[in-house]
Design a protein around this ligand. Structure first.
Ligand code: NDP
Ligand code: MG
Length: 393
C-alpha cells in the first residue's frame, strides 16, 4: 500500500462528502480537535441543508454541495460570504476534479450514491479516506483501477479495514499474509434464535450495542450484511482471495480486526469502539498525534471474547463469500438489493428475515457479467433495484 504521503506537519485540506452523517460528524469533530492541521475546504450533504449551512458557518469552507438537485433548488440559501454553493451531484463531481488545493476527500456518503464522487476524487489523484463501503462492494475492481491509474491513494475508514491496513505494516508484502480476521460485534440480535428475529422492529434493529451509526449501516449490522459487505470490501481493497478472509464474532468491539502472517503470528489493532480514531488515522496517515478518540483503560479488568459466526442464523455471511468469489456484477446486485430491502424494512413493509431472503433471491436469478464496465455496474444496480421492488410487491 502507499508510501508516506505527507511531510510531517503539512496541512490536510479536506472535502467531507456526507458531512451531515454519522461518519461526517465524527470527521468534523476530529477536524475541530486537530485545529490548524486540518482545513475543511468543502462539504456535501444530500437533503439536510439546514445543518449543512450551520456547518458552513462554523468551518467557512470554500464550497458546499447539496447533492439532491431538487432540495438544492427548493432551499432558501442564506448569504454565506466566502462559500460557494454547488447544486447537484454533477457540480460536486466537477469541483472534485478541479479543486487543486484539496489533498484529501473523505467519502462518507451512504450507499451506491457515493460511487460517482468517489471515482471523481480518485481520478483526480486525491487521497480518499473511504468510509463508503458500498462503492467498493459494487465496483471494487474499477475503483481500485481508477486509483492505480491516477496514483490516488485509498485509506480505509471502515474500522475493520483500517485495522487491517495498520496490521499489514507488520510484514514485507502480500506474500507474507496468510489470512485476515474480520471481527464482528454480532449486532443487537447476536444471541437471538432465527425464528425470534422474524418479529423484530426497526427500532430494535437500530439499537446497536456498541456503535452509534446511520440507519442503513445499523440495520446492516443487525442482519450481519454489514460483515458480508466488509468481506467483499476487504477482498478488493487488499487484493485477497475470499479463502483468506475469516469472520469472528467479538462482542466487545475492541479488537477491530487482525492479520495472521505465514509464520502464524497474529497482529491485532485494539481501541475502544470510536470511529474518530480510524478517521483521524486516515486523515493524517502516516502521522500520529493526540486526538479526541477514547483510550483503552487497562486499570480495570475486562474480557475479550471471540466466537465463530453462526451462518445458519446469519445467512448474509454466506452471500458475502459467494459475492466475493464471483466478483463481476455480483457485488452491485448484492448491494442494490440490500439497499432496497433495508429501506422497505425501515418502512415496515417487510420483516427482518425478509431482507437477506430477498437479497439472496435477487442475486440467484440476476444475469451475471464477469467483467463489467462502470456503465454496466450502474445498469446492473438499477436492474437489481427493480427486481427487488418486484419481488417485494
Ligand atoms: P448516515 O446515514 O449517518 O449519513 C449519510 C450521509 O450521506 C449524510 O451526510 C447524507 O446527507 C448523505 N447522503 C444520503 N443520501 C445521499 C445520496 N443519495 N447522495 C449523496 N449523499 C447522500 O451514514 P453513516 O455516516 O452511518 O455512513 C456513511 C458511510 O460510511 C456508509 O457507507 C457506511 O457503511 C460507512 N460506515 C459508517 C460507519 C459508522 O460508524 N457510521 C462505520 C463504518 C463505515 P443528508 O444528511 O443530507 O441526508
Ligand atoms: Mg465496519
Amino acid at each position: 500500500m502507499p508510501s508516506p504521503l505527507r511531510e510531517s506537519g503539512d496541512q490536510v485540506v479536506v472535502a467531507i462528502l456526507g458531512a451531515t452523517g454519522s461518519v461526517g460528524t465524527s470527521t468534523l469533530e476530529v477536524a475541530r480537535h486537530l485545529g490548524e492541521r486540518v482545513r475543511v475546504e468543502g462539504m456535501s450533504a444530500h437533503r439536510n441543508l439546514r445543518e449543512l449551512v450551520e456547518l458552513a458557518r462554523e468551518f467557512r469552507p470554500a464550497w458546499i454541495a447539496a447533492t439532491d438537485d431538487e432540495a438544492a433548488e427548493r432551499f432558501r440559501w442564506p448569504a454565506l460570504p466566502g462559500t460557494e454553493v454547488l447544486r447537484g451531484e454533477s457540480e460536486l463531481v466537477l469541483r472534485l476534479a478541479d479543486d487543486a488545493s484539496l489533498t484529501t476527500v473523505v467519502a462518507a456518503m451512504v450507499g451506491i450514491a457515493g460511487l460517482r464522487s468517489t471515482l471523481a476524487a480518485l481520478r483526480a489523484g486525491k487521497i480518499v479516506a473511504l468510509a463508503n463501503k458500498e462503492t467498493l462492494v459494487a465496483a471494487g475492481p474499477l475503483v481500485m483501477e481508477a486509483a492505480r491509474e491516477s496514483g490516488a491513494v485509498i485509506l480505509p475508514v471502515d474500522s475493520e479495514h483500517n485495522a487491517i491496513f495498520q496490521c499489514l505494516a507488520a510484514c514485507q508484502g502480500p506474500k507474507e499474509v496468510s489470512r485476515v480476521i474480520l471481527t464482528a460485534s454480532g449486532g443487537p440480535f447476536r444471541d437471538l434464535p432465527r425464528e425470534a428475529m422474524n418479529g423484530v422492529t426497526p427500532e430494535q434493529a437500530l439499537a446497536h450495542p456498541n456503535w452509534e451509526m446511520g440507519q442503513k449501516i445499523s440495520v446492516d449490522s443487525a442482519t450481519m450484511m454489514n460483515k458480508a459487505l466488509e468481506i467483499v470490501e476487504a477482498r478488493w481493497l487488499f487484493d485477497l482471495s475470499p479463502d483468506q478472509i475469516e469472520v469472528v464474532v467479538h462482542p466487545q468491539s475492541i479488537v477491530h480486526s487482525m492479520v495472521e502472517f505465514q509464520d502464524g503470528c497474529v497482529i491485532a489493532q485494539l481501541s475502544p469502539p470510536d470511529m474518530r480514531l480510524p478517521i483521524q488515522h486516515a486523515l493524517l496517515y502516516p502521522y500520529r498525534v493526540p486526538g479526541p478518540a477514547e483510550r483503552m483503560d487497562f486499570a480495570r479488568p475486562f474480557r475479550l471474547e471471540f466466537h465463530p459466526p453462526d451462518i445458519g442464523r446469519f445467512p448474509a455471511l454466506g452471500l458475502g463469500y459467494q459475492v466475493a468469489r464471483r466478483g463481476g456484477t455480483a457485488g452491485s446486485v448484492l448491494n442494490a438489493a440490500n439497499e432496497v430491502a433495508v429501506h422497505a424494512f425501515l418502512e415496515n413493509r417487510i420483516g427482518f428475515n425478509d431482507i437477506v431472503r430477498v437479497v439472496g433471491e435477487v442475486l440467484a436469478q440476476h444475469p451475471f457479467l464477469a467483467e463489467p464496465t462502470i456503465e454496466e455496474v450502474i445498469a446492473s444496480d438499477h436492474r437489481a433495484r427493480e427486481e427487488t421492488g418486484n419481488w417485494l410487491a
